[in-house]
Design a binder for this molecule. Structure first.
Ligand SMILES: [Mn+2]
Length: 245
């Protein structure tokens, strides 16, 4: 049976402890593994131009936007504040090109962590450059001391949203390794879940013909978790449906 092809947005990774410099395009193994074991063929390109991204997305059935460095505030019309983290400019450009192509061709988009933040920005949203500095006393979102497989905080799921329909639950536990967050959601983006401190943690695109689901946490890292299983399989199913259209 033919399998859906899913494009994974790449990041770069510096290999240390070599006698020469080596930078690689990379993605955590788990990103590819989660898609593959659910019946998809994951592919990871290099950073791409607008034209290249469109040609590639035309051959694919879905887009997985991965986590990583901070999104450049210039993309949402703000100055870089001192509390903003590391920015990878060429990655920002490539990510926006992939999103533009997927949106134009209406390929399903599934985004996690930084991927969800830049997806929000792509649709016209804005971000907090640092939650603790800009919002002060909140629950611990940059919870780097737990492993990503553990639950850091609860999220409350909005009734009537695709996530609520998918899981049939009002709240679940999620990991949390983000220090930035959605400040303003983009046009036609509807919140699906909130943290107990009121921060939006998930949204979808209000559209009949374009499947877009975004999560501030890392469902792909929470192994053997019934909720994350459903969230990930939901994406692969959307890609299969798109492939068979
Ligand atoms: Mn969080």
């Amino acid at each position: 049976m033919k399998k859906p092809v899913i494009v994974i947005s790449p990041q770069t990774h510096e290999i240390k402890n070599l006698p020469f410099e080596m930078k690689m395009y990379a993605t955590p193994e788990k990103n590819a593994w989660q898609l593959q074991q659910r019946g998809a063929i994951p592919v990871m390109p290099s950073f791409l131009s607008e034209e290249e991204a469109e040609q590639l997305m035309a051959m694919a059935d879905g887009l997985f936007m991965t986590g990583g460095a901070d999104v450049g505030p210039d993309l949402y019309g703000e100055e870089v504040e001192e509390f903003c983290g590391e920015i990878e400019k060429d990655r920002d450009v490539s990510d926006m090109n992939l999103l533009k192509a997927a949106a134009k061709l209406k390929k399903p988009i599934f985004s996690v962590c930084r991927g969800s933040q830049i997806t929000n920005v792509f649709f016209g949203g804005k971000l907090y450059q640092d939650l603790n500095t800009q919002l002060g006393d909140m629950i611990k979102h940059p919870d780097y001391f737990t492993t990503k497989t553990e639950e850091s905080h609860v999220i409350n799921i909005v009734e009537g949203t695709p996530l609520h329909k998918l899981l049939g639950k009002d709240s679940i536990g999620v990991n949390s390794t983000h220090h930035q967050g959605y400040k303003v959601l983009g046009e036609k983006l509807i919140p699906m879940a909130f943290a107990p401190d009121g921060l939006c943690e998930s949204f979808y695109l209000d559209s009949d013909d374009h499947w877009v689901r975004c999560y501030q946490w890392h469902p792909e890292m929470q192994d053997f978790n019934e909720n994350m299983d459903k969230i990930l399989q939901d994406f692969v199913n959307a890609c299969v449906e798109n492939m068979n259209k």
